[in-house]
Write a protein that binds this ligand. Structure first.
Ligand code: PGA
Length: 253
C-alpha cells in the first residue's frame, strides 16, 4: 500500500489576515479534495479565526504554533489548548526549536503541553532536533532520544500524536539534511518509540521532517521509509510551492 505523505506548513510570524485569506482561497482552489486530509496549516494565532472561516468545511487541518498547558486562567498572552479545541483546531505544534531557543521552552513544558492538547482532543506535533554543534560532536541520537522521552513523559499513547524531526541547523538556513541524515534520525525516533510503546502504536505515529524543505528536495527525503511527510516553514507561505512539495513526494509513493 502506498505510504501516506503529510505536508504541514508553519507560517511562523508571517502574513496578516488578508494575506491569509488569499492563501486559503488559493489552497482550496489548487488542492484536490482527495488529499485535503494530508494537509495542515499552522498560521499565527491571530489568523486562526481566518483559518476556521476558510477551512472548516474542508478536511484540511489547521491549528496553533504553540499553546499553554493550562485550560484557562491568569496567563497573559498565552493561548489555551481548550480554546484551540473549541475553535475547531485539529493540531498544534509543541516545542518548535524557535520556542526552545528564543523563548526558553523546556522538555518538561513540552510534556505538559502534549498532555493538555491530547486531553482536549487536539493532536500535538512535538518538534525536536539537534543543533549544529551537537551533530558535530556526534550527539544527535542522544539529544533527540532525550527530547523524545522527556517530551512524551505525560503522553497518552491511545490518543493521536505526531512528531516533527527538525535539525536546528537546517531550519531557515537553506541547508537541508540529506535524505540519509533525515532517514537515520527518523529510524532512531521510530525505534525509541517502539521500545517505549511497542511496534503497532509506534508505527501509527507520523514522523515529519522539517528544515529547508523545498519542492526540489521533498521527493528524495520522502522516499525514506520512516519519513511520513514534512513540516515546512518558508516554502509554505506560497500555496503553489507548498503543494508542489506535497505532490512531488506523493508521486513516488
Ligand atoms: P524552514 O522552517 O522550512 O523555513 O527551514 C521549518 C520550520 O521551522 O518548521
Amino acid at each position: 500500500m502506498a505510504k501516506r505523505i503529510i505536508c504541514a506548513g508553519n507560517w511562523k510570524m508571517h502574513k496578516g489576515p488578508e494575506e491569509a485569506e488569499v492563501f486559503f482561497r488559493e489552497l482550496r482552489r489548487l488542492a484536490d479534495v482527495e488529499f485535503h486530509s494530508d494537509l495542515v496549516i499552522f498560521p499565527s494565532t491571530v489568523n486562526l479565526t481566518v483559518a476556521r472561516g476558510m477551512l472548516s468545511d474542508t478536511q484540511i487541518g489547521w491549528g496553533g504554533q504553540n499553546c499553554y498547558f493550562e485550560a484557562q486562567g491568569a496567563f497573559t498572552g498565552e493561548t489555551s489548548p481548550q480554546v484551540l479545541a473549541q475553535m475547531g483546531a485539529s493540531h498544534c505544534l509543541v516545542g518548535h526549536s524557535e520556542r526552545r531557543q528564543i523563548f526558553g521552552e523546556t522538555d518538561s513544558q513540552c510534556a505538559k503541553k502534549v498532555a493538555a492538547l491530547q486531553r482536549f482532543g487536539v493532536t500535538p506535533v512535538l518538534c525536536l532536533g539537534e543543533s549544529l554543534s551537537e551533530r558535530q560532536e556526534g550527539l544527535t541520537d542522544k539529544v533527540i532520544i532525550a527530547q523524545l522521552e522527556n517530551g512524551l513523559h505525560e503522553v497518552d499513547w491511545e490518543k493521536p500524536l505526531w512528531l516533527a524531526y527538525e535539525p536546528v541547523w537546517a531550519i531557515g538556513t537553506g541547508q537541508v539534511a540529506s535524505a540519509e541524515q533525515a532517514g537515520a534520525a527518523h529510524r532512531v525516533l521510530r525505534q525509541t518509540m517502539i521500545n517505549m510503546v511497542g511496534e503497532k502504536c509506534a508505527r501509527s505515529i507520523p514522523i515529519l521532517y522539517g528544515g529547508s524543505v523545498k519542492p526540489e528536495n521533498s521527493r528524495a527525503i520522502g522516499l525514506e521509509a520512516e519519513v511520513d511527510g514534512f513540516l515546512v516553514g518558508g516554502a509554505s507561505l506560497n500555496p503553489e510551492i507548498f503543494l508542489s512539495i506535497y505532490l512531488n513526494a506523493r508521486a513516488i509513493q
